[in-house]
Design a protein around this ligand. Structure first.
Ligand SMILES: [Mg+2]
Length: 240
């Protein structure tokens, strides 16, 4: 980021960034595998392992399908790994599962307070997720941040998939910001590479998801334990 350009907008990934990945998604991943395996428990375990989750420990491989894929990509991966459900039917079932799961998701902090503080300091705020847009909107409403968010994009919103730059460029179009005025925040390399591909001013990785300091530091300007640490950067980021 050049010295005279300030950050005016922050685009957040959702899962593993705003929502604690393990608490929110491990039970959903098990249900996803049960659906794809049509009740066959052994097949369900094999499907989980093939898509990046250890069925015994729950550990998620960084940047695996379950960590970073959108619904269609996950459905395709499940079928490639042995699910006998049709890809289109499975995508629809998983999108429904994910939308319902937003009712049980666990945030990493008090999101209404956090987004409220950023909003009052003048930042444009957005959410860009590989989940479907309906799930993202339900999450934003449930945690009281809809009024602070200027932009929401899911994999089905027409801006393309991570790590393509489209969701960032959509945020810029919605807010009038240039990419170099945007900070991209996420828990996966897909998020950080999307930021880099769009030439955002800053990429920030957080460790509340499926990535590790080791897996994320290559494409991140900062690696933080969670999103609340971003506030410590604000005096340096903010427009004068
Ligand atoms: Mg994520």
């Amino acid at each position: 980021m050049s010295a005279d350009v300030k950050i005016r907008g922050i685009l957040f990934d959702k899962d593993g960034t705003l929502l604690d990945y393990d608490e929110s998604w491990l039970p959903v991943n098990r249900e996803l595998a049960r659906i794809a395996a049509e009740g066959d428990a052994d097949l369900a375990d094999r499907l989980l392992a093939a898509c990046g989750m250890d069925p015994a420990t729950g550990h998620i491989v960084p940047d695996s399908l379950l960590a970073a894929g959108n619904t269609r990509q996950i459905a395709e991966g499940l079928v490639a790994a042995g699910s006998r459900v049709d890809v289109v039917e499975l995508t629809i079932k998983l999108d429904t599962l994910f939308s319902n799961a937003s009712e049980f998701s666990v945030p990493v902090t008090d999101l209404a307070a956090f987004f409220g503080r950023l909003h009052r300091r003048g930042f444009k705020l957005g959410i860009a997720s590989s989940d479907n847009e309906r799930s993202i909107r339900r999450t934003a409403e449930r945690f009281g941040i809809s009024g602070y968010v200027d932009y929401i994009a899911g994999y089905d919103s027409g801006f393309g998939s991570k790590p393509e730059p489209g969701m960032v460029l959509g945020f810029c179009a919605a807010t009038g910001l240039a990419p170099e005025e945007v900070a991209m925040v996420g828990d996966n390399n897909h998020d950080l590479h999307m930021g880099r591909n769009a030439r955002t001013g800053l990429t920030i990785a957080v460790l509340t998801g499926t990535g590790s300091r080791e897996s994320l530091s290559g494409a991140a300007d900062h690696v933080f334990d969670d999103i609340t640490e971003i506030e410590a950067l604000l005096p340096d980021l903010q427009p004068a």
